[in-house]
Design a protein around this ligand. Structure first.
Ligand code: GRF
Length: 200
């Protein structure tokens, strides 16, 4: 199975998936790393792992769909069957979501539907909740929304600071995202409407 990973920033989740593929835990090919930001550190990680990169600056496009069409062309050329969003900071157009229906995953650093948006970790910390976590889900047209594949929670302790919580969340992400990708590659995820069934 050919996988494309979309990134905009540090790429620590990309790295976790690269490591899992190189250990042969995920039996798939990472054929393309797509980014909207040429300065994303994630691109360096991709290059180091020998993954082809494709950077497309949204600046020159009037419509979101036109931008997405350019990317979809690149994905089709490489017969991509799974799109993994790993810190990609753009909302996909309905066109893109339709093209890859139930084949786009995202990871969110909170327990969706709580704390959607760019600052999931900080928002949970500031809200004073005792638990937060990580959600891996399929992507639909709405932001941070779609059938939940995996969700795990962790405690926010009295001694936690925003920084310590970030560390814990990222460590959890790096365990969960490769696991979710592996389940998909092995055909173990069944989608029924909003609900997901995972086979053993
Ligand atoms: C992660 O916290 C992920 O949940 C969110 O964006 C962050 C990306 O981090 N969607 P990285 O670029 O994978 O290090």
């Amino acid at each position: 199975m050919n996988i494309a990973i979309f990134v905009s920033g540090n790429g620590s989740n990309l790295q976790a998936i690269i490591d899992s593929v190189s250990k042969n835990e995920i039996k798939a090919r990472l054929v393309l790393a797509v980014s909207d930001k040429k300065e994303a550190y994630a691109l360096k990680r991709a290059e180091k792992a020998g993954i082809e990169t494709f950077v497309l600056d949204p600046g020159g496009f009037n419509a979101r769909e036109d931008y997405d069409r350019e990317i979809v062309k690149e994905l089709k050329k490489r017969k991509v069957e799974l799109v993994v969003l790993a810190g990609f900071m753009r909302l996909l157009s309905p066109y893109f979501v339709k093209e890859y229906k139930n084949k786009i995953m995202n990871i969110h650093p909170a327990l969706l539907p709580l704390f959607k948006g760019t600052h999931g970790i900080r928002d949970a910390f500031e809200a004073g909740v005792k638990k937060t976590g990580v959600t891996v889900h399929f992507v639909d047209k709405k932001l941070d929304h779609g059938p939940v594949i995996l969700q795990e929670s962790l405690e926010i302790g009295k001694k936690d600071t925003l920084e310590s919580l970030e560390k814990k969340i990222h460590a959890l992400e790096h365990r969960m995202y490769p696991k979710a990708v592996k389940l998909f590659v092995e055909g173990k995820i069944e989608i029924k409407g909003q609900k997901i069934k995972i086979s053993a």
